[in-house]
Design a protein around this ligand. Structure first.
Ligand code: IPM
Ligand code: MN
Length: 355
């Protein structure tokens, strides 16, 4: 098989970590008689520097023509404290989501035994936690209009908008996930206050009879924020809207103690994007110290969900587990015997080759 992959390294540590993921991909594909064809394109602050646009049309076309997109990270501190900046790297991410129709962001929350001690939670609470957060990504308050300021500048507004079609599409996907897992779906909303949330509930309730085996529960977002830290093992598949999902998935990812290891997928109408959960970590950019494992695991997720190459995906995962067990890790995991970013990438690629 020839895999046509768009590679968007982005900002900060993006280029370094994406490079390591390509090494793993190449190693496993070569072994199995496949081949990847990478087309690289700029996004984020680097794209602003090069073209003035954080998601240039050329980058968009490259993504549209690819079977899948491997993405690094976006964000540059020079924009963060400038509320008046006309273009921001994050706009590139939002434009990419909208134009590629990336409606579902999938974040698996899993623990790694060797990293549980890094969790901010007691290990008995988090050990064995295993759920998937499914966040709607192209609707809600991020994209709702009107958005802006009144003429005198003294009032600002954002609008939360959802259509039945948008909710149905992601709800069916969430039920499909639940069917392949422990058959429990938790819908997170604020239906005691928001009209959009009430439409979510109504829409999920209408679809639920098609999936009678799945147990459905509804939970208010404030309660969900609490339950994630109190009893994370209660969740199997969590479904929620864009803004709530943004907040809850950061919370959920950090309880495992392995933020640097968690991959994510954004499933789209035109193509899908695979990226680490963590950000661009600008302080580490160019220093060859960042942890490449989340990006390497994102490549595994890509092989599995975009190309149906399950065995290949699992070979990458096995190699990552071996690197953790044998302490072939970056300084965020082991300060005293740390390898560099590229050394970890080489070690994992060599491990795959020798499998
Ligand atoms: C994320 C990020 C983005 C979001 C930002 C950078 C726009 O926080 O991917 O979760 O809010 O969606
Ligand atoms: Mn976020």
């Amino acid at each position: 098989m020839k895999l046509n992959i768009a590679v968007l390294p982005g900002d900060g540590i993006g280029p370094e970590i994406v490079e390591q993921a390509k090494k793993s991909l190449d190693a496993v594909l070569k072994k199995k008689g496949h081949e990847a064809n990478y087309t690289e394109a700029p996004v984020g602050a680097v794209a602003i520097d090069q073209t003035g646009d954080p998601y240039p049309e050329e980058t968009h076309q490259i993504c549209m023509n690819a079977d899948a997109v491997l993405f690094g990270a976006i964000g540059d501190p020079k924009y963060d404290n400038d509320p008046k900046a006309k273009v921001r790297p994050e706009q590139g991410l939002l434009a990419m989501r909208k134009k590629l129709g990336l409606y579902a962001n999938i974040r698996p929350v899993t623990t790694f035994p060797s990293l549980i001690h890094k969790s901010p939670l007691r290990s008995d609470l988090v050990d064995g936690a295993d759920f998937v957060a499914i966040r709607e990504l192209t609707g809600g308050i991020y994209f709702g209009r009107p958005q802006g300021r009144s003429e005198d500048g003294r009032t600002a507004y954002d609008t939360n908008v959802y259509t039945v079609e948008e909710i149905e599409r992601i709800t069916r996907l969430a039920f499909d996930f639940a069917m392949k897992r422990r058959k429990k779906l938790t819908v997170v909303d604020k239906a005691n206050v928001l009209a959009t949330s009430r439409l979510w509930r109504e829409t999920v309730q209408a679809i639920a009879p098609d999936f009678l085996e799945v147990e459905v529960e509804y939970m208010f977002v404030d309660n969900a924020a609490m339950q994630i830290i109190q009893w994370p093992k209660r969740f199997d598949v969590m479904l929620t809207e864009n803004m709530f999902g943004d907040i809850l998935t950061d919370e959920a990812s950090v309880i495992t103690g392995s933020l640097g290891l968690l991959p994510s997928a954004s499933i789209g109408v035109h193509t899908s994007v695979f990226e680490p959960i963590h950000g661009s970590y600008p302080q580490a950019a160019g220093k060859n110290i960042a942890n490449p494992l989340a990006t390497i695991l994102s490549a595994a997720l890509m092989l599995e969900s975009a190309f149906n190459l399950k065995e290949e995906a699992n070979m990458i995962r096995t190699a990552v587990e071996a690197s953790l067990e044998q302490g072939k890790v970056t300084e965020d995991i082991d300060k005293s015997n740390a390898l560099s970013t590229s050394e970890v990438g080489d070690w994992i690629a060599e491990y795959i080759t020798s499998m």
